[in-house]
Design a protein around this ligand. Structure first.
Ligand code: G1P
Length: 294
């Protein structure tokens, strides 16, 4: 089918106001809030790099450029840490700049996720026949689903998304799929996709997690969409157009964990989950939590 395995460019929409994290987000972008000690954006960058991406296009709104600054090297801090023999800390601060090359695309008006992804188009080059899109609010674990999606794209062509099964009463927070089976248990062909349906109208309980491997044709579709759910230009509606045009779209059904970092309770849960698994912090936190809960 001639579909290349490697997607070089990952687009990360990070332009939102972060209202659920006010007042912190008056000054600190939501994407830089830590899960334990590492900002969400670094996990997403690591996931993209692991799947072979070489550059991260961060779509930010004016004032949120520090999301990209986070990927710049900090030579003064590094020299200071080196001078103090703080090797473990040195490794930590060098991690992000060594992961991937970060570039910025500016979204000057909050017109929706579809519009945000479209803002990355001028930065693409001829070899980008597909892009990965990762929503930094979603932590999909174990990381690696993007590589599975790339393998599915190689088999079926077109675009590949990640789905997870949610309780019906929650579907109205997501893009929801109409699917048909394939020979593979966890791969479905997508026949339709609708953004934030009412539970009783939802075509299934398979919801879009924030991981997309999109054929470049999506940018053509993004030019054709009109405001949809919530009055916003929706990525879902562009994908629905691709399907209508006959482009193959599949989902990988993710059976692992998903953390929603888009709200304080979800971020806290992710932090607790990560800290419990940390060999240094875990045991003490576990016993403290047990006491505290009792
Ligand atoms: C976005 C997408 C939606 C997807 C969700 C996953 O919605 O529009 O299709 O299911 O992310 O987190 P948002 O959370 O921005 O409202």
């Amino acid at each position: 089918m001639g579909v290349s395995m490697n997607v070089r460019t990952a687009v990360v929409p990070a332009a939102g106001l972060g209202t659920r994290f006010l007042p912190t987000t008056k000054v600190v972008p939501k994407e830089l809030l830590p899960v334990v000690d590492t900002p969400a954006i670094e996990y997403v960058a690591a996931e993209a790099a692991q799947a072979g991406a070489q550059r991260l296009v961060l779509v930010v709104s004016p004032g949120k450029e520090s999301v990209a600054t986070y990927f710049d090297p900090t030579p003064d801090l590094e020299a200071e840490l080196r001078g103090r023999d703080k090797d473990a800390l040195l490794d930590k601060v060098r991690r992000a700049p060594e992961l991937i090359r970060a570039e910025v695309a500016l979204q000057d008006k909050p017109l929706g996720l579809g519009h945000a992804v479209g803002c990355a188009e001028p930065l693409l080059d001829d070899s980008d026949d597909a892009v990965a899109v990762l929503l930094p609010d979603d932590l999909v674990l174990p990381a690696g689903v993007l590589s599975t999606m790339a393998a599915v794209r190689q088999r079926y062509g077109g675009s590949v998304l990640c789905a997870f099964d949610v309780p019906r009463e929650q579907v109205s927070a997501y893009g929801v799929f109409t699917v048909d089976g394939t020979e593979e248990e966890d791969v479905k062909r997508v026949l339709g996709m609708v953004e934030k349906p009412a539970p009783e109208a939802a075509p299934s309980t398979l919801a879009a997690a924030g991981r997309y491997l999109l054929d470049r044709a999506v940018f053509g579709a993004l030019h054709r969409i009109v405001p949809g759910a919530g009055g916003e230009l929706q990525l879902t509606d562009a994908i629905a157009l691709l399907i209508d045009d006959g482009h193959p779209v599949h989902v990988v059904v993710h059976r692992g964990v998903r953390h929603d970092l888009g709200n304080p309770a979800g971020l806290l849960r992710a932090s607790v989950d990560f800290a419990l698994r940390d060999p240094e912090m875990g045991p003490e936190l576990r016993s403290w939590l047990r006491d505290r809960v009792e």
